[in-house]
Design a protein around this ligand. Sequence first.
Ligand code: FAD
Length: 472
Amino acid sequence: MSGLFPAVLAQLKEKFSDLVILTPGSPEYEESMLRWNIAAEHKAGAVIYPVSTQDVSNILSFARANSIELAVCGAGHNHRGNSVDDGLIVDLRKLTGVSVNPLSKRVTTEGATVWGSVYEAAGKHGLAVVGGLIPSVGVGGFTLNGGLGWLTSAHGVALDNLIEADVVLADGRILTCSKKENEDLFWAIRGAGSAFGIVTRFVFQAHEINTKVWTGMMMFEPSHLKGVVDMANKVTSEGNDGTASMAFAIFACSGELEVHVLVFYNGSEEEAKTYFAPLLELPRKVDLVQMVPFSQATMPHGSAPGRQWRKVTAGGCLIVPLDHSFIQSIMDDLEELVTKIPDALETIFACEMHNPYATMREKQTSTAFPFRGRHGSIQLMPTWTQEENDEACWAWCRKVDKKLAKEFQRRKNEEGMDETTRSSVGTYINYDGLHKSPKALYGVNYERLVELKKKYDPGNVFKRFVDLLSGE
Ligand SMILES: Cc1cc2nc3c(=O)[nH]c(=O)nc-3n(C[C@H](O)[C@H](O)[C@H](O)COP(=O)(O)OP(=O)(O)OC[C@H]3O[C@@H](n4cnc5c(N)ncnc54)[C@H](O)[C@@H]3O)c2cc1C
């Protein structure tokens, strides 16, 4: 595989003259290279925008025939995999359709539809899908690699709600897969989809949702961390019937540490306030929680700093019930970082606390997604502006990630721990910016994925997000 030679580029432009193709020098080229994370950005030889599944198939066949290095861009939120130096980017951002069948309660999307559009379309029929908290995140990368959202407490991860998909393979073949058709491919794309092909059609099971849900952000002094952790332990206990969900984050953005909490309850305000009473008894610096339609239970401006910040993310987990003193020690680590490097003030330690038992309804090997277990998901994200701080911030991220991994190992071996939790990899690949090995990311599913990769993508065309054939 190689970059784009001028003669090949000329052929590409001739063959796909009806599609938008940008190359260095095109007016929109520079903008087309931008990603949510600067670290994901590369200078591609060209970017092409297919408008149909057949276009995607033709482009992949052309790339294969000409040995072109490829990357696929969905909505561009990941920190890797969506761009390539010198090669060709297949940018799906013209494939953003969404349709809803209210009778079957199914929602169909294209490859780069974003969650905001899905919520809006489904909401008109009183339906919702397990999707992301930020409306601009893409259905593609989110679902193919997991997908944690407010409805995870009730219905598992996004990929547990995927019924069918159309996948364009590296050789241009278009395969529909489901539990009844091309089952092995369907198994693989639910967890490792970015490594198997380009998905141009997703069909999701949607769920009825109350007209309004109780949700929003609260802010607490760090001295109330214990109360917040106790609430998270209630949300992640077996007593949660799936209606409640929560996330909390420790930030240093105003110069002093703050604890931000996002809550979600799919029920009346009265029921929500009764459920979350232990949290509401704590003094709040800010309280923006209210009843809103599900389509607005998102954070349009993002929960995380945008492209202007340098950042790295690590995607760990913490077994529940959470140990308050351990989280306090991470808070101390964070304080130490921002004291030493004030430039890292936007650094975040975030914990997504959904009812884990909904995700554990499926076995670890039911799909390729091996991050099921009695744990919450952790996102550790040092964020800074100066290049000179790159090394120190990355080192801090690795150090705290190791500490989280050690704690996970310790707790998963506790007496009486269930098998699903024991076999969880403990890293959510969609948050893994540390580029852990495929074996570490796929654990018990790794060997089968390697076999299927040889069947469906023997030339290893889709390797930029995770290179399954790179060894352990
Ligand atoms: C602000 C922000 C908020 C987030 N919130 C959440 C959250 O609430 N819950 C959660 O679980 N995750 C969340 N994430 C993580 C997010 O799920 C991942 O970054 C995800 O991979 C983004 O998908 P994308 O399509 O937008 O990104 P991209 O970077 O375009 O895609 C990610 C990878 O998937 C591949 N890909 C994308 N679409 C397709 C497709 N149709 N077919 C084949 N391959 C494809 C790309 O090639 C790339 O390798 C968030 C990320 C950000 C930046």
